[in-house]
Design a protein around this ligand. Structure first.
Ligand code: U5P
Length: 296
């Protein structure tokens, strides 16, 4: 009981205690390298709360809101984070924007703080998205890295819809992409151009991970952001841009450095997909993609 059949190891960690993979027999609950895949029902949220409280953690949550993303999404993201993200833990939000004065004043609960960091606005949305890796790397090497023990990095065009607690914490955390978690591996949209630093050869790649949510310890995220920023730089120097930008590089990183924990698509779900029996309680919901409006 509580054993990963693929890696023949107990499925447990410092936050969840022993997991209950048998509670979700219809889905994959561990990876071939023994990392848990966290589904609703496989963990006890109270145990996770207690274990995190014993460790007296500060958890960072970073989000970029540049250009129209600020007015359109930030307030709801923060308001719903106050209701659902790591409730009962110490939390520090880091909002990166080119207009600090426009950041909405969302009332924060006890032990929760918001810091605003100014970033330059890149002319292309792809560059805003890709520039995040370099900015995050610098922030993790500075105050954010000193304040927080674990950090989650998220897209802003989504909102919390259910409890997102310490069961999601680990040394490194990857999110299964809601549109791709059930696709055959050979069809996953990894970068295949061998000239790109993000390239995966045929047969490579475990899962396709979503860059809208990743996390881990400060040290692990320093390594992840350095890898991605370096890959993005290298591609640019060769006149290349990977198929899914920073997400392609993130997928390469997690192929080379396997995540310690994988979150099921319940943690970051797209309502456009419709109902799926295995998606019980989504934690984050993507906003409808209104690219014509926000990327203009
Ligand atoms: N982003 C911005 N402004 C932009 C483009 C992207 O703030 O012009 C940030 C948002 O946090 C967004 C994330 O959720 O990058 C990923 O971008 P996208 O792939 O949703 O366009």
């Amino acid at each position: 009981m509580g054993v990963c059949p693929l890696a023949r190891r107990p499925l447990r960690d410092n936050f969840t205690g022993l997991l209950r993979p048998w509670a979700r027999p219809e889905v994959l609950t561990c990876t071939s390298w023994g990392a848990p895949i966290i589904w609703d029902g496989t963990f006890d949220p109270d145990v996770a709360q207690q274990k995190a409280a014993q460790q007296n953690l500060t958890i960072g949550l970073t989000v970029f809101a540049v250009g129209r993303y600020l007015e359109k999404y930030l307030e709801r993201f923060l308001e719903t984070a106050e209701r659902h993200f790591m409730v009962g833990q110490r939390v520090v939000y880091y909002v990166f924007t080119e207009r600090p004065a426009a950041v909405p004043r969302v009332p924060l609960g006890p032990g929760r703080r918001l810091r605003v960091e100014r970033v330059a606005r890149e002319p292309r949305w792809q560059d805003v998205s890709m520039g995040r890796m370099r900015t995050l790397h610098e922030a993790l090497g500075g105050r954010l890295g000193r304040e927080a023990r674990f950090v989650f990095c998220m897209d802003v065009d989504q909102h919390f819809s259910g409890a997102f607690g310490p069961e999601a914490l680990a040394e490194s955390v990857a999110q299964l992409h809601a549109w791709h978690y059930h696709w055959p591996r050979r069809l996953l949209p990894f970068e295949r151009d061998a000239r790109s630093a993000a390239a995966l050869a045929p047969g490579e790649g475990d899962f396709y991970y979503h860059a809208a949510l990743f996390g881990g310890s400060v040290a692990a995220l320093r390594a992840l952001t350095a890898h991605c920023a370096q890959g993005l730089r290298q591609d640019r120097a060769r006149g290349l841009e990977a198929r899914w930008h920073d997400e392609s590089h993130l997928n390469k990183f997690f192929w080379l450095h396997k995540p310690a924990k994988v979150l099921s698509p319940e943690f970051c779900w797209s309502p456009d997909i419709g109902r799926r029996a295995e998606i019980r309680r989504p934690r984050l919901l993507w906003a409808p993609k209104e690219y014509a409006l926000v990327r203009a």
